[in-house]
Design a protein around this ligand. Structure first.
Ligand code: ITT
Length: 202
């Protein structure tokens, strides 16, 4: 069974594929032309995931999966939130977004010391699976991964804000974990395992 993912983020694809690896489900990335002009214009993750899944389902006339995710920092009023991939501007790199996150936290008075008083944050992920563009019951699964933001980046695996995210009760940032280790705890891992059960039980 092939499922098309409404995403151009190869890191997401890699993480999702690992979780579906021992199932008959094969996740394929949609061609970028299929998602041209799709605007993630809503203020919540779930609405944006539906926008992406529906746009792709309409394009292909069949099933589509979408992931909308991001980092939420309560002391920054929830930022970067749904703007996580474009926190420092439309085509911002991970490095630029991370630098802005550190700047904003320093502006709030955080110095990075001691680490246990680092600002709290969480990663959020919602996966939406639509059987078709007009199908009335999308499958929706979410995951939350709680931790703190360290001002000094550590590790070089993963993507996005991983080098600054220290999971609760963990000694390593998300970027110091292998994909398997990250998936075992992460927001995307949780959402994906729930979605895997739903799709396989259909
Ligand atoms: P698509 O919309 O094409 O799927 P995107 O990267 O723009 O790709 P989102 O709009 O869902 O996807 O934004 C996700 C951003 O949130 C991502 O670019 C990272 O900056 C951040 N993010 C989400 N999950 C993350 C993770 O596991 N580790 C680090 N950062 C993550």
């Amino acid at each position: 069974m092939n499922i098309l993912l409404a995403s151009s983020n190869r890191h997401k694809l890699k993480e999702l594929r690992e979780i579906f690896a021992d199932t008959p489900v094969n996740i394929e990335m949609a061609q970028s032309s299929m998602l041209e002009g799709v605007e993630e214009s809503a203020p919540t993750f779930v609405e944006n995931a539906l926008i992406k899944a529906r746009a792709l389902a309409e394009k292909v006339g069949g099933p589509a999966l979408a992931d909308d995710s991001g980092l939420v920092v309560p002391c920054l009023n929830g930022a970067p939130g749904v703007y996580s991939s474009r926190y420092c501007g439309q085509n911002a790199s991970d490095a630029e977004n991370n630098a802005k996150l550190v700047r904003e936290l320093k502006r709030q008075g955080f110095s990075g010391e001691p680490e246990k008083s680092a600002p709290e944050a969480f990663f959020y992920c919602v996966l939406v699976y639509l059987e078709g563009p007009r199908y009335p019951t999308p499958l929706m699964c979410e995951g939350v991964w709680r931790g703190r933001i360290v001002l000094e980046p550590r590790g070089d695996s993963g993507f996005g804000y991983d080098p600054h995210f220290l999971p609760r009760d963990g000694a390593h940032t998300a970027a110091e974990l292998s994909t398997n280790e990250k998936n075992a705890h992460s927001h995307r891992g949780q959402a994906c395992r729930a979605m895997r059960s739903l799709i396989l039980s259909e």
